[in-house]
Design a protein around this ligand. Structure first.
Ligand code: NAP
Length: 257
């Protein structure tokens, strides 16, 4: 029997960073959704992502792509508005777009790199959360049953050398998540965060953490779908009693930092 509780069956979902890595793996789990909007920086990356999803004709008809920089408010307004215009509402918002710039100790950290990291990883998520919630609250259900998932990081739970800007952005996301969860929880909207360890994506390829794939209890990097499954838990009815929660999915890596 199909596990309808642990699925996006009938829901309308937005996934930022949907052209690559964890966002793309999340998009792969949206087969039964009533609508899916994939947002990413580059239109061509979105087009090839949608091609490689190898969607059925029916599923493809329920996928919308929106290119843009998530740290611009106009992008967040646009992807939420277009989702509502096309699919009628927003039930799920997965805020996955993010960047990790080359490692630098704080004494050498360029102010522009600091600003860019905070801009994309924190301001971009704030804007996505703000506009997604506005649409959820304005729906006939007033948001009941809706879910917002923030892609945080194990480096949002502990420090790591050379990662101060990235870690600051991810620690701040947990503060955003915890506060917003209290604001919209009474309307029936759940807000939660996933904190992945090292996951085998293009981002990890550029991250200089020596031995990161041989640390942890499991002694390997995670796969994007192992994080997408955690996203699906929070996004679906399977996580119906989770609000303001942070789930660490790191193969036991963090205690080895
Ligand atoms: P990824 O494969 O690089 O995917 C991130 C996607 O976000 C890329 O398609 C990227 O586009 C896009 N993006 C970047 N900046 C954007 C912007 N300003 N506007 C719109 N889209 C933008 O990385 P990932 O590993 O899947 O990371 C997804 C999330 O997981 C991130 O928030 C990351 O911090 C978090 N995370 C990852 C790991 C890991 O080990 N991989 C661990 C913990 C947390 P471009 O490729 O064009 O830049």
């Amino acid at each position: 029997m199909a596990d309808t509780a642990h699925s996006l069956e009938g829901k309308v979902a937005i996934v930022t960073g949907g052209a690559s890595g964890i966002g793309f793996a999340t998009a792969l789990l949206t087969a039964g959704a009533a609508g899916v909007t994939l947002v990413d920086l580059k239109e061509d990356a979105l087009s090839s992502a949608v091609s490689s999803l190898a969607l059925s004709e029916a599923h493809a008809a329920r996928v919308l792509t929106v290119g843009g920089d998530v740290s611009e408010e106009s992008t967040a307004e646009t992807y939420v508005r277009q989702t509502v215009e096309r699919f009628g509402r927003v039930d799920v918002s997965v805020q996955c777009a993010g960047i990790s710039l080359p490692s630098a100790n704080v004494v050498d950290l360029d102010i522009d790199d600091w600003d860019r990291t905070i801009r994309v990883n924190l301001r971009g998520v704030f804007l996505g959360v703000k506009h997604s919630l506005r649409a959820m609250l304005a729906s006939p259900s007033g948001g009941k049953g809706c879910s917002v998932v923030l892609m945080c990081s194990q480096l949002g739970l502990e420090g790591y050398p050379g990662s101060s800007a990235y870690a600051a952005s991810k620690f701040a996301l947990r503060g955003l998540m915890a506060s917003v969860a209290t604001e919209v929880g009474p309307s029936g909207i759940r807000v939660n965060a996933v904190c992945p360890g090292p996951i085998d994506t293009p981002m990890l390829a550029g991250f200089s953490a020596p031995g990161h794939t041989t640390k942890g209890n499991i002694k390997r990097a995670g796969q994007p779908e192992e994080i997408a499954n955690a996203v699906l838990f929070f996004a679906s009815e399977a996580g119906s009693y989770c609000s303001g929660t942070t789930l660490k999915v790191d193969g036991g890596w963090s205690k080895w930092c």
